[in-house]
Ligand binder design. Structure first.
Ligand code: S3P
Length: 189
């Protein structure tokens, strides 16, 4: 699996999940915001303040264009990466894209005290998160190969996640054995 990327709103867990997956797969982990900060020599917040959002998006597009040429890495993208069509196309064609889909209220609880994300330094961050969700959810869906719902996982989803982890750890393989008749149906919660 050469390149995997994670997309989703701020606070959806792209960096944390990405770092974990990269470790399990023995691959490099790259965070586009961290790479932008490294190249610019300043924090994302300072880039927004000094040069504006368009300049930040230009840097972001350059980083995405470079990263999709690599291999064997897990990439956590910034929440607004999908705004530019060229980024959506590059991620979708060169990487396996996973959308971590969370509701704005959940993200708000996680990000209430955040001072790092310039777009959320507003009077009402919940309203802002709702706007971002309605604008971007279709773009995330269009870009992604897989959508992972972050809320209320069903028994089936939990079971699939456990199975995937067992497969990654080498404790199971994907050729499923036939289900045992004495176990309950996995759709009952
Ligand atoms: C942004 C999200 C941030 C960062 C920048 C803009 C956005 O990344 O790229 O502040 O437009 O949603 P995270 O999604 O990692 O917070």
């Amino acid at each position: 699996m050469p390149l995997t990327s994670l997309i989703g709103l701020p606070g959806s867990g792209k960096s944390t999940v990405g770092r974990t997956i990269a470790r399990r797969l023995g691959m490099r982990f790259v965070d586009t915001d961290a790479e932008i900060e490294r190249r610019a020599g300043k924090a994302v917040r300072d880039i927004f303040e000094a040069a504006g959002e368009v300049a930040f998006r230009d840097l972001e597009a350059a980083v995405v264009a470079d990263l999709v040429c690599g291999t064997n890495a897990v990439i956590a993208t910034g929440g607004g990466t999908v705004l530019r069509p060229a980024n959506r196309l590059a991620l979708n064609t060169a990487t396996t894209v996973v959308y971590l889909r969370c509701r704005p209220d959940t993200l708000f609880r996680r990000l209430r005290n955040d001072k790092r994300r310039p777009l959320l330094q507003v009077n009402d961050p919940l309203v802002k998160l709702r706007e971002l969700f309605s604008e971007r959810d279709p773009l995330y869906r269009e870009t992604a190969h897989f959508v992972i719902e972050c809320e209320r996982p069903t028994v089936t989803m939990l079971a699939n996640t456990v199975m995937m982890q067992l497969e990654l750890a080498g404790f199971a393989n994907s050729d499923r054995a036939s289900p045992r008749a004495d176990l309950p149906n996995d759709d009952q919660s």
